[in-house]
Design a protein around this ligand. Structure first.
Ligand code: ZN
Length: 289
């Protein structure tokens, strides 16, 4: 009987060994099953994650129950993570439901308040054996029109990262380094030098947000520099939805959900395996201590 595990040890091991764990945002049972099958077929550790919106949509108990079945049936190291949460109540609700990792996103607050918010979540999380991810700087949306000066101000400062870790001892950090949520119109503008500087100053696993649509070479480079978790959300949603649209284009009268959910699930699974290959976490499930 394999329970869900905290994301702490798998991320630390990834950081020590220069690869990254893929963290997939799921919105339906089929999407969850798809990323679990991807991990199972490739013997990879896995982080299943949901946004606050999905928690409200499905209910944290349903999501946690499905993730627990996945861990039990596959025997893989699987963590269940709450992505970008700003409110304390949802964090507590998810921990109670069985989430093993939570993100407190207080990056919009002043530095000192971000530290205090992170510390208060860590106190609760520690009691439950749950990992905490904090954010510094602001990960933009691709729709945001940002001028260069503003962009620079949004990115995480390496010295701030060091101070933040010293003050909080948080075990996972998402520093803004130029990626954005959504799908990039052109190439993403990743500040690799900044990743290297941050990784030099802090030893904790770093999280690459906005992993959808980053060119393969850039993902590999970011991972080699110290990014130990890559979040993928939008691209999975698109693969899932496009597969469903294709079924309805061919058969507009289709009314058996299995007929469109099966290809949608396959599309998500294929994409998840591609992302795992890029991150280098394939085959790493058995190596976890
Ligand atoms: Zn994010």
């Amino acid at each position: 009987m394999m329970p869900l595990i905290s994301s702490t040890s798998m991320l630390q091991q990834a950081r020590e060994n220069g690869y990254a764990i893929t963290a997939f945002n799921v919105h339906t049972l089929e999407m969850l099953q798809a990323v679990v099958e991807a991990a199972s077929e490739t013997n990879s550790p896995l982080i299943i994650q949901s946004t606050v919106g999905t928690v409200k949509h499905l209910g944290p108990e349903y999501i946690a129950a499905a993730a627990k079945v996945a861990a039990d049936q596959t025997g893989l190291p699987i963590a269940l993570h709450l992505d970008h949460c700003t409110d304390f109540a949802t964090i507590i609700q998810c921990i109670r439901a069985g989430y093993t990792s939570v993100m407190i996103d207080a990056s919009m607050l002043p530095f000192e308040e971000n530290i205090q918010r992170t510390l208060s979540v860590m106190e609760v999380a520690a009691a439950a054996g749950v990992n905490v991810e904090a954010e510094l700087g602001k990960v933009g949306g691709v729709e945001d029109d940002i001028v260069v000066d503003e962009r620079d101000a949004m990115l995480a400062d390496p010295d701030d990262c060091q101070l933040f870790i010293e003050r909080t001892n948080v075990l996972t950090l998402a520093p803004a380094i130029g990626t954005a949520h959504g799908i990039y119109k052109g190439e993403p503008n990743i500040d690799f030098e900044r990743i290297a500087k941050i990784a030099e100053k802090v030893e904790v696993p770093l999280v690459l947000h906005g992993g959808s649509g980053i060119p393969a070479e850039q993902v590999r480079k970011a991972v080699s520099l110290g990014m130990s978790k890559m979040n993928v959300a939008t691209e999975l949603r698109i693969a899932f939805s496009d597969a469903i649209k294709e079924v309805f284009t061919k058969s507009p009268e289709e009314n058996d959900p299995r007929k469109y959910m099966v290809p949608a699930k396959e599309a998500v699974k294929r994409l998840a395996i591609e992302k795992m290959e890029l991150c280098g976490c394939i085959g790493k499930a058995g190596t976890l201590k």
